[in-house]
Design a protein around this ligand. Structure first.
Ligand SMILES: [Zn+2]
Length: 61
């Protein structure tokens, strides 16, 4: 089962659930917000306890 994380969209501030697939060597990916459809950059962060969580980054330049 793929991990998922609830994050707050940096563009519309809605909380959305993102299902992601941890992949060695790929800790960044882009996924469109399901509410405002704005692409969000995500970074997969190791929590140090065998799990991962997501950090959303607004790349609004
Ligand atoms: Zn959004």
């Amino acid at each position: 089962m793929l991990p998922s994380d609830n994050i707050q969209c940096p563009f519309c501030w809605e909380t959305i659930e993102i299902v992601y697939e941890p992949d060695e060597g790929t800790d960044e990916f882009v996924c469109d917000c399901t509410v405002c459809c704005h692409p969000i950059n995500f970074t997969v962060v190791d929590d140090g306890m065998g799990g991962t969580y997501l950090v959303a980054q607004s790349d609004d330049f």
